[in-house]
Write a protein that binds this ligand. Structure first.
Ligand SMILES: [Zn+2]
Length: 384
């Protein structure tokens, strides 16, 4: 099993080869066990597997920290539904990606399905992010309506007795308030449906790049995933462009959290850009084909950078969760009465499951098409 020979790019079907990677290939007829064992021998997929498998544990470690914070409800509280959906999105993404790289040498058909699942989980992750942004970063998060900080938030709202069209409290500027009113209709009714729609478009487009537009597949896939980034990040753009919603003399014991949020968001963007550069340019293997076949090729750097971007995104969400837990009455929702209901099972897990169902159907369809295309070729491989 350990001695299965690794092959050169000329010894495997053209479908399996990667640009500028000349050796270290596995023939696409491995058994499941042989694939699993190949994680511990140096093939050109070993680094791709570990650079998304090990981060699962690192991500879980940083994520679980939120439940230990002061004022945090228990992990099953509705307050944490969006956070758990974000966790599920990232967990599936990292697991599917690492498994896709490990198991893709079972057959040409399984190889296609592995990567369809990979694209599907990336799309589902963008919706998990949107849910977290919607409930924790949204300028009117609606969180004070639920248990966390209910005493504080309810008190301030009933004291104020404001309607949505009433003037903002003195602690905010009128420009902030008017921009909030323009932004609200999009956010309340279109943000999550848009995120889901774009996610589905992404899966369909990326799955298509495995058959069509082969020459430009890396550019198309990278550009396609820019779209969900821009849609799901709208609450962050909003927060960054708006004046501080916090009172100037707020009794916050910590600095205004949005400055920290901004730092994490910029770093999140930076890592995304670097990962896109690696994915499109195919540097360093382009500069020296054959030298980075096993370790150090662009896809491994792409994995590292995408994980760093996810980690900074997690830190950004944590900053906002912490602010909500510590100061529920000081979150931007105070400036106008929260119009959004708090997170429910339907609006978080329900959305995620519905999306996963749609994505699974798309994968089944593309998997069937791949079967039609590759079954004869796979049979020929077995005969030889
Ligand atoms: Zn990958």
């Amino acid at each position: 099993m350990w001695s299965l020979p690794l092959l050169r790019h000329t010894d495997v079907p053209p479908r399996v080869t990667e640009n500028f990677i000349l050796s270290g290939y596995r023939f696409p007829d491995y058994s499941l066990l042989q694939c699993l064992v190949s994680a511990f021998r140096p093939t050109n997929e070993t680094g791709n597997f570990w650079t998304h498998f090990l981060p699962i544990f690192l991500f879980a470690f940083h994520f679980l920290e939120i439940f230990k914070w002061e004022g945090a409800p228990n992990p099953g509280d509705p307050f944490f539904y969006p956070a758990w959906n974000y966790f599920i999105g990232v967990f599936y993404l990292l697991l599917a990606s690492s498994m896709a790289h490990l198991l893709n040498s079972m057959s040409l058909i399984i190889r296609e399905i592995c990567f369809f699942v990979d694209y599907g989980t990336i799309s589902a992750y963008t919706v998990g992010s949107s849910l977290a942004y919607y409930y924790y970063i949204h300028p009117q998060a609606g969180i004070p309506k639920i248990g966390v900080g209910a005493q504080n938030a309810t008190g301030t709202q009933s004291d104020r007795g404001e309607g949505p069209s009433s003037p903002p409290p003195s602690c905010t500027t009128s420009s902030f308030y008017s921009s909030l009113l323009i932004f609200r209709p999009f956010f309340e009714s279109l943000y999550i449906p848009c995120s889901c729609f774009i996610a589905i478009v992404c899966v369909i487009t990326c799955c298509n790049t495995r058959q069509r537009w082969r020459k430009y597949r890396y550019i198309v896939r990278t550009l396609v995933f820019l779209l969900p980034f821009f849609i799901s990040s709208t609450p962050v753009f909003y927060r960054l462009l708006s004046p501080s919603p916090y009172p100037p003399n707020s009794p916050l014991p910590s600095p205004y959290p949005s400055s920290t949020m901004a730092v994490f968001f910029y770093r999140h963007c930076f890592w995304l850009v670097v990962s896109a550069v690696f994915n499109i340019s195919k540097i360093p293997e382009r500069l020296s084909p054959g030298k980075f076949d096993i370790w150090g090729h662009s896809h491994q750097w792409f994995h590292c950078c995408t994980f760093l971007s996810i980690l900074d995104e997690l830190h950004m969400i944590k900053v906002e969760i912490r602010a909500l837990l510590l100061h529920p009455s000081l979150v931007p929702a105070l400036t106008t009465p929260p119009q959004l209901p708090g997170p429910t099972l339907c609006s978080t897990y329900g959305v995620m499951m519905l999306l996963q169902g749609c994505i699974a159907s798309i994968i089944v369809w593309f998997g069937w098409c791949a079967y039609q295309i590759y079954a004869p070729e796979q049979k020929r491989l077995k005969v030889h």
